[in-house]
Design a protein around this ligand. Structure first.
Ligand code: 13P
Ligand code: SF4
Length: 400
């Protein structure tokens, strides 16, 4: 390979990142409005037939129920914990991204898997299910601003450049990335991880003396490396906007972990001040997702995936007080399901994940109407070539 340097392409801030604040508000009423009203938020939505625009949430609710019973066992609905209440109530299984990928891999009977989550999750489900099963994402505009910070071609160029300097790196990608990046990892001895197994994925390779190039979340990468005893100065950030990632050849050779400069716009809203206020003013225990910055993670009492957060909070003693640093739909659901505890979001501004939020119940109804009428709307399909190596990377994660 004759790569002389990594030339950044014309990268710009992803549209999904610019739109992230569109649903932020001061009141915490997250009840769905008609799609027509929600379109006013200013984010990009997928076009949908006009009949769905004016349906009231109640009308949609009874129609979704009816469609689910008409389609019956051919249908399996997966719901990520960040989905709205009016959507997740229809999920046959709910979970974090690891649990949902496991469920998709085990589901052999359903012909239609409707994924109420975001695009990378639906892609993963497609890779893990058989070719005759169809994975559907109700709204194709439901991406992930973090995944959008790592375009596949840029990651490939960066990987080629780093490999031309030293062959001691293993590529590991967070589930929140394109199938093409998962494929790159599969092809080069690496794997996929989620927030519930990043420590195992890192440890496996660090113990063998390998270095890690982690995409695309710098915070999960840094938090995981630090938790395994790597020093902060051994972790370098790959800046895709700069020539050669902004790093010298020496820095690349000496680092133990390289982290792509990506972040989650939802979790980086949480601050040290919020953690301290929760602890000092409300005497709360604090639990946060590992996509938060290291100063937030370090000052919290617990850190883990969405499934872990649910587990710890649900099994805590009655009367306990919890300040939570994760997406608001999950925090509100936990508060409603645990009325014997005082549960609140660390951030006083209510900011749902703007891409997860695009799965409005009207979109769910639209794709179910399609299935009932013999029409597959919004199928997510990964091409054969990408599928082979990304499946290898995913299988390595499932075997951890
Ligand atoms: P979990 O794997 O914890 O569900 O996280 C997925 C995600 O996108 C968090 O932002
Ligand atoms: Fe992506 Fe963050 Fe939304 Fe998760 S919460 S889907 S990482 S933008």
């Amino acid at each position: 390979m004759n790569i002389k340097s990594y030339q950044p392409r014309k990268l710009s801030i992803p549209v999904t990142e610019i739109e992230q604040a569109s649903f932020c508000r001061l009141d915490d009423n997250l009840r769905s409005k008609t799609l027509e009203e929600e379109f006013k938020s200013g984010v990009k939505w997928q076009k949908v037939p006009t009949r769905y625009l004016k349906l009231s949430p109640e009308e949609i609710d009874s129609e979704v129920k009816r469609m689910k019973s008409i389609i019956g066992s051919k249908l399996y609905i997966l719901g990520h914990h960040y989905q709205r209440e009016e959507v997740i109530k229809f999920a046959d299984t709910t979970g974090d991204s690891f649990k949902l990928s496991l469920e998709a891999s085990k589901e052999k009977n359903a012909e239609f898997i409707v994924f109420c989550g975001v695009h990378f999750m639906a892609e993963t489900a497609d890779i893990l299910t058989s070719v005759n099963q169809k994975v559907i994402l109700p709204n194709m505009a439901a991406g992930c601003s973090m995944a959008d910070m790592a375009p596949s071609e840029d990651v490939q160029d960066a990987w080629d450049f780093v490999s031309s300097i030293t062959n001691s790196y293993i590529p590991i990608t967070y589930m929140n990335s394109t199938a093409a990046i998962k494929s790159l990892c599969g092809e080069n001895g690496g794997l996929v991880c989620t927030s519930s197994n990043a420590d195992k994925a890192f440890a496996k390779h660090i113990q063998k003396g390998s270095k890690i190039f982690f995409f695309p979340d710098q915070h999960l990468g840094r938090n995981t490396a630090l938790s395994l005893g790597i020093n902060l100065d051994e972790i370098k950030v790959w800046n895709p906007f700069k020539l050669n990632g902004g790093l010298s050849n020496q820095e690349i050779k000496e680092a133990k972990v390289l982290v792509w400069q990506g972040h989650c716009s939802v979790h980086t809203r949480f601050t040290l001040d919020q953690v301290e206020a929760a602890k000092n003013d409300r005497k709360a225990k604090v639990i946060v997702h590992p996509e938060c910055t290291n100063e937030v993670v370090k000052s919290s009492d617990f850190t883990g995936s969405t499934e872990y957060i649910i587990d710890v909070v649900s099994n805590s003693n009655p009367g306990s007080v919890w300040g939570i640093g994760t997406e608001i739909n999950l925090v509100k659901r936990l508060a409603a399901e645990n009325p014997d505890k005082d549960i609140f979001c660390l951030d006083p501004i209510v900011c749902p994940c703007a891409t997860m939020y695009r799965i409005h119940p009207a979109y769910l109804l639209w794709v179910l109407d399609g299935i009932a009428a013999g029409l597959v709307i919004n199928q997510v399909e990964v091409d054969f070539e990408t599928r082979v190596n990304s499946k290898i990377a995913l299988d390595r994660m499932l075997q951890l």
